[in-house]
Ligand binder design. Structure first.
Ligand SMILES: COC[C@@H]1[C@H](c2ccc(C#Cc3ccccc3)cc2)[C@@H]2CN(C(=O)Nc3ccc(OC4CC4)cc3)C[C@@H](O)[C@@H](O)CN12
Length: 305
């Protein structure tokens, strides 16, 4: 009906179909899990069936101490400046952990010298004047490895409280992390990191490769390649590549390594305890699984996946 037919009253002479009040209404969409959260649940189930316990990762604001210093990441490392990391203006800084002895060992590890070598089993450290003020600066955590760090320190103190009796641990986390980087079709200022770790005596690179094989095999990827790389807090470090049957090509699927003694020994873990860990993102597998080319299509109203 054009506007004039309505305003001129011509509609009065038209025959309208009688209302069918018995007609069923449009089915109401009862709501559904966001695609990312569906994939997060799938990863969570993979970890749980592998016997991993979930870490408490509910802390987006972190101190530089836990996000960087306790991980033996030096204060002048490029990842620690403003163009990679979001620093908070208020509260600008937080207190260092109350355990002054632990902070002192972290400082010694960074400073190096005889004190550092004594704490880290001989590492030369970075030989610079470590600043407590720098370590106190608050940031939005750049990786969930900060959570792993807190949990490993807790494992070390629990071992001490148990009179030195160490209990092995398998832990994971899947949560948001924040990077101050240029946005593009596949990068946002935040993403979800997935991280798993195993702490035990006698772990080797073979165990690291084995646990990663088991993890990715549960996603249908059983052809893996490990490529040497570098992380400040792991040595050795390995990039993980997998042959994706659907895409019929090799895909970089994550990063991994063995946490360094300069990180573990200051925590007070028994010197023969090794920690292997690996990480990946949640967005990358979700985009591949659902054929999303622009990461922004994972968010907002266009979500009809
Ligand atoms: C700044 O961005 C880093 C992110 C993110 C990432 C990288 C490293 C870690 C880590 C770690 C780590 C290392 C040592 C010890 C502890 C944690 C975590 C996330 C992904 C890691 N990546 C990534 O997720 N790729 C990926 C993962 C799964 C997947 O499955 C699909 C079904 C087929 C497909 C792809 C690799 C690349 O995408 C990389 O270019 C982007 N990376």
């Amino acid at each position: 009906l054009g506007r004039d037919a309505l305003t001129s009253g011509a509609w009065r002479s038209l025959a309208f179909k009688p209302y069918n009040f018995a007609a069923a209404g449009k089915p109401v969409d009862g709501g559904h899990l966001h695609t990312l959260l569906k994939v997060r649940e799938q990863f969570r189930l993979i970890f749980l069936e592998m016997g991993f316990a979930e870490m408490d990762s509910a802390r987006y604001v972190e101190s530089s101490f836990w996000n960087f210093d306790a991980l033996f990441q030096p204060q002048q490392h490029p990842a620690r400046d403003e163009h990679d990391t979001f620093f908070l203006s208020f509260p600008e800084s937080s207190r260092l952990p109350d355990e002054a002895d632990y902070v002192a060992r972290v400082k010694a590890a960074h400073c190096g010298g005889p004190d550092g070598a004594a704490v880290t089993g001989g590492s030369r450290g970075y030989r610079y004047a470590w600043s407590a003020a720098e370590a106190r600066k608050n940031i939005l955590r750049t990786h969930t490895t900060a959570v792993s760090c807190r949990m490993l320190r807790r494992l070390a103190t629990a071992t001490a409280d148990a009179g030195g009796v160490f209990t092995p641990a398998k832990m994971f986390s899947i949560d948001r992390v924040f990077r101050n980087e240029t946005l593009d079709a596949t990068h946002l200022a935040e993403f979800h990191q997935i991280e798993g770790l195993v702490a035990d005596r006698g772990l080797s690179l073979g165990h690291l490769k084995g646990v990663i094989h088991t993890f990715f095999k549960k996603m249908g990827m059983d052809r893996l390649r490990f490529k040497p790389t570098h992380n400040p807090y792991t040595e050795p470090s390995l990039e993980v590549h997998a042959f994706h049957p659907g895409l019929d090509k090799w895909v970089e699927v994550g990063n991994s390594g063995m946490f360094r003694p300069e990180m573990l020994l200051p925590m007070g873990l028994p010197p023969d305890v090794r920690v292997i860990a690996w990480g990946l993102s949640l967005e990358r597998p979700t985009m591949i699984k659902y054929g999303v080319s622009n990461i922004r299509d994972l968010f907002g109203h266009k979500m009809d996946l």
